[in-house]
Design a protein around this ligand. Structure first.
Ligand code: AMP
Length: 255
């Protein structure tokens, strides 16, 4: 089985992102970039399946600027066998990413049995691409996966849902989106970074794949969350109740 994994280059999760002064978006200039954490989990899961003899080849795909090659090299160092960059300077939104991934999946012969994505990219927090891709492919989808068991063509996926876990059975081919608890990604070793430099990385463009990636959504405004007002000290419970009732207006009095 081939596994295709989508990896997005995003601002490193440790970096505090600031909103641009004109409110048109986040200021990402000169910030440290990294692989989207959920995509690292997807790569790790694919590598574990390969190590367990359940997958033969792992293909990492990224869509974005030429710098995404660094993200793909990290995926190759983590254990992917080859990589594809769809290079564009346009801001590519989830529907366009899903359309591009569909073309790449359909070009692969034999086709991948499993396609893995993160549950969300931590920059746009869209949580849409995997679901849109499943719809475009007409394949089943297992979102928010926290456990994956592959047995031939049968797959069991445990999903994180509100208040518990749900385990579903699928037949391949399948789209899976990863949640945080699926695994803990390994560290990239120096020898593997060196080996990754020699692994194949193909570069194509949306035009070559016949996909129009022009944005269909417009960001109207981005704002920082409001800062919390400083707390107030009260002398006793009586004063606290007074303030909650008359200032904060969070309790009411009924006789
Ligand atoms: P989103 O729907 O934007 O929250 O992204 C969900 C997942 O789709 C990410 O975790 C990635 O696996 C994949 N994805 C989204 N955008 C890209 C991109 N530009 N390149 C590669 N993968 C992407």
């Amino acid at each position: 089985m081939k596994i295709l994994v989508a990896v997005k280059r995003v601002v490193d999760f440790n970096v505090k992102v600031r909103v641009k002064a004109d409110g048109s978006g986040a200021d990402t200039a000169n910030l440290k970039m990294a692989m989207n954490p959920f995509d690292e989990i997807a790569i790790e899961e694919a590598v574990r399946l390969k190590e367990a003899g359940k997958a033969r080849e792992i293909i990492a795909v990224s869509i974005g600027s030429a710098q995404c090659q660094e993200t793909l090299r990290t995926a190759l160092a983590l254990g992917a066998d080859r990589a594809i960059l769809v290079e564009t300077q346009t801001e590519v939104q989830p529907l366009a990413v899903a359309r591009l991934l569909k073309v790449l999946i359909c070009r692969e012969l034999p086709a991948p049995g499993l396609v893995m994505l993160g549950k969300q990219a931590i920059d746009d927090d869209a949580n849409q691409t995997g679901q849109m891709l499943a719809a475009l492919m007409g394949w089943p989808q297992a979102t928010f996966a926290s456990k994956l068991v592959v047995d031939g063509l049968d797959v069991q996926v445990t999903r994180e849902i509100d208040g518990g876990l749900e385990t579903l059975g699928f037949k391949l081919p399948l789209i899976v989106t990863t949640d945080l608890r699926l695994n803990e990604p390994r560290y990239v070793s120096l020898p593997n970074i060196m080996k990754a430099k020699k692994k194949p990385l193909d570069i194509t463009t949306p035009e070559a794949l016949g996909i129009d990636v022009r944005p269909t959504l417009i960001t109207l405004k981005v704002e920082e969350p409001k800062t919390r007002a400083a707390g107030k000290r009260v002398a006793d419970v009586k004063e606290l109740v007074q303030k909650l009732r008359h200032e904060a207006k969070v309790i009411s009095w009924k006789r």
